[in-house]
Design a protein around this ligand. Structure first.
Ligand code: ADE
Length: 240
């Protein structure tokens, strides 16, 4: 079965967007995954095609109606095997590589993109949506977050990434926990008075591996103390 993504959105023209220009776009044209963007407004019942209303209790902005969003979800779910519903919201759990791996290993995903103040809480609960955030900042809508999630999932699909090793070697793929990547260098060996680190030119594979691990650990410790603290025994790493 082809991995199937459906975006429920008020801006279907945003899909596949710039994703269509890269690796994921080529994979889409090659039929390695499927993408549908559905206009939520098409599921509105009234002749004005109303999708939102003012928040109960007052306050700024508009809230997307549960009945309209629910009908859009039902239409997406009716297509093929059951897929998880993911609602992109800054209130969600943070997207990480573990969730990306889980989603890309399944049949696909239904991405619910909110605008305005978001969705009525009841449809989130009734449809058991997984609420996912892509970072501690606020976007004007879920669409860029959905595209980001798709990029991360699609590159893990069979036949999408070129070198099989590059997916396995990079940051966040280590089962003991995530480390940031070591720095990369290529030719020329001398550039603007800066040299490629000697060890990388030594041809000594064990020394290169050791240097890269040390650089990855140093970067993680300095830049992401939160990730470093979560390591399965960061001390144990220096021994392997
Ligand atoms: N919608 C608005 N901001 C968002 C975020 N940070 N993550 C996911 N969806 C969003």
């Amino acid at each position: 079965m082809t991995w199937h993504a459906t975006a429920l959105t008020l801006f279907p023209e945003m899909f596949p967007g710039t994703l269509g220009l890269s690796l994921a776009g080529r994979a889409l044209r090659e039929g390695r995954w499927r993408l549908d963007a559905k206009q939520i407004r098409d599921f509105a019942a009234d002749r004005h095609r109303t999708v939102d209303d003012t928040p109960c209790g007052g306050g700024a902005g508009m809230v997307m109606r549960p009945d309209v969003v629910d009908a859009a979800c039902a239409a997406a779910l009716a297509e093929g095997p059951a897929r998880p519903l993911v609602y992109l919201t800054p209130r969600g759990r943070l997207l990480d590589q573990a969730l990306v791996r889980e989603l890309s290993a399944g049949p696909g995903v239904i991405l619910v993109c909110g605008r305005y103040e978001g969705l009525d809480q009841r449809v989130i609960e009734a449809r058991a949506m997984r609420e996912v955030s892509v970072g501690d900042f606020v976007l004007s809508g879920g669409e860029p977050a959905a595209l980001l999630l798709l990029d991360a999932c699609v590159r893990l699909l069979p036949g999408v990434m070129g070198g099989a090793d590059s997916a396995a070697e990079e940051s966040f793929s280590d089962p003991r926990g995530a480390l940031l990547e070591y720095p990369h260098y290529t030719r020329p060996v001398q550039w603007q008075g800066r040299a490629v680190p000697e060890v990388l030119l030594s041809g000594h594979h064990a020394a290169v591996a050791k240097w890269r691990r040390e650089m990855a650990e140093a970067a993680t410790r300095e830049r992401r103390p939160d990730l470093w603290a979560r390591q399965a025994g960061p001390q144990a790493r220096t021994q392997d």
